[in-house]
Ligand binder design. Sequence first.
Ligand code: 4NP
Length: 150
Amino acid sequence: MKTRILMVCLGNICRSPLAEGILKSKLNPEKFTIDSAGTGHWHVGDAPDPRSIKVAKKYGIDISNQRGRQFSSTDFNDFDLIYVMDNDNKRNVLALAPDETSKKKVRLILNELFENENVDVPDPYYGGENDFEHVFKLLNEASELISKKI
Ligand code: 4NP
């Protein structure tokens, strides 16, 4: 059976679509299912932010076909691991967890890179292209480590 991994941020248009695309590019699709979702509802059905599409494309990853969807408690059944981009996302996701087993699936993605530091992937939505570049690099390093140990 495939290992199922979900990436979660607030809007599901900036950070988690990048995280999904980057990790997908590093793992065998026959062994892993990777998806993303947002804790908010505003961008359901939307394509990723053009700045996320652009920075991904720069590094050879196409995320343009992804569409936003909202995280729901059923995701705890559908996924084995849930990586959240920041501490707010973590609180909101944990609030929907039906049991302890579900809570144990939730991890802050940058703890893969900076163990136990509980660092956020900064929200680039109100930023510029440099912020998206920074987010790409953080997620690329974290995903590289995840792909090696998983
Ligand atoms: P994301 O960024 O959580 O990385 O997708 C955001 C995108 C949209 C909004 C907030 C954050 N928003 O408020 O619409």
